[in-house]
Design a protein around this ligand. Structure first.
Ligand code: MG
Ligand code: MG
Length: 314
């Protein structure tokens, strides 16, 4: 505890501590370097509550650690809000599958030239006890707490069961695309799970497409091995959200993909911007040169559709 000080002083103090600890120390002739993260919580003396002070500092420490090694962070009420929200989501996620709170919505994929529906993307939605929570919010939490594995498996099974029904009911030509998070994809048993679900639902592997994002390419060797396992099973592979990350080209350079899905953000600005059209046209060309199908995501207006028709895309 440091009494009677203001924030700037504490910042200086933290920097001094970080610097001091960075200095190697000699133990039995060996040089040892240690690292430290610091969490700080401040209270007015008149409102002092030691237990709370330590809890808040601990939360700030957690933030400091997740921000990277050797840093410090101050507790703030917003920090508490986001941490409470995360805890609530984590807890709710544990029960969500059992309670049947998830549903899968299917977004059609249309071949622009013919207007034919050639497939559907399975989109997970969560109507939780906390209200509707968007995937952008709950997927990272599910990845962190590990719930993603069970949830992802459930989505894949749902999508394959639905595809099986469509195939029996006169649409043998459609495929289904399923989004897979990096954590889920990097699970060494993922390919085995896919294969088990395919046989259980009696769906041909080539009618199922696994959508991955370029973030899986962070560990190139592992990713390449897993991609190969999936290709052996015969499922299709798509790179999703193409054009949004920093290593997009690296991703397509290193793995053989069947489909390139161009992110909606690139399409949103396409009307009235020659530069955007030029970029989009180039990416479409890239996909085709790689022998992949190209899907442009999120065409919402007739003008966009008419503009894109010239490119023979999905
Ligand atoms: Mg997707
Ligand atoms: Mg997408």
């Amino acid at each position: 505890t440091v009494p009677n000080v203001k924030k700037p002083y504490l910042e200086q103090l933290c920097q001094a501590i970080l610097l001091a600890i960075e200095e190697p120390i000699q133990i039995s002739g060996r040089s040892i370097t240690s690292r430290v993260s610091i969490g700080i919580s401040c209270q007015k003396v008149t409102e002092l509550d030691e237990e709370r002070l330590i809890k808040q500092a601990d939360l700030a420490l957690f933030m400091a650690k997740s921000a990277g090694k050797e840093s410090y962070a101050f507790f703030s009420p917003e920090l508490l809000d986001s941490s409470t929200r995360k805890q609530e989501l984590t807890q709710a996620l544990q029960q969500a599958l059992v309670n049947g709170e998830f549903s899968v919505h299917y977004q059609p994929q249309i071949e622009l030239v013919s207007g034919r529906v050639i497939g559907f993307e399975a989109l997970l939605r969560w109507n939780s006890t906390l209200g509707a929570v968007p995937p952008s919010e709950f997927i990272p939490v599910a990845e962190e707490c590990g719930a993603i594995h069970a949830i992802g498996e459930w989505v894949l099974r749902e999508a394959c069961e639905q595809l099986s029904v469509w195939r029996r009911e006169s649409r043998p030509d459609v495929h289904v695309s399923v989004n897979v998070s990096a954590k889920q994809f990097l699970d060494p048993e993922f390919a085995e799970k896919v294969s088990r679900i395919l046989s259980a639902t009696d769906v041909p592997a080539e009618c199922v497409e696994i959508e991955i994002t370029e973030s899986i390419m962070l560990d190139l060797d592992t990713a390449a091995g897993l991609v190969e396992e999936l290709q052996d099973i015969g499922v299709k592979l798509a790179i999703d959200d193409f054009g949004t990350g920093y290593s997009s080209l690296n991703a397509v350079k290193n793995i053989q993909i069947d489909t390139l899905k161009i992110d909606k953000s690139l399409v949103d600005e396409v009307l009235g911007s020659d530069r955007s059209i030029a970029i989009l046209a180039t990416i479409i060309e890239l996909g085709k040169n790689l022998g992949a199908d190209v899907v442009v995501e999120g065409l919402e207006t007739l003008e966009q559709v008419n503009l894109m028709k010239q490119y023979e895309i999905i």
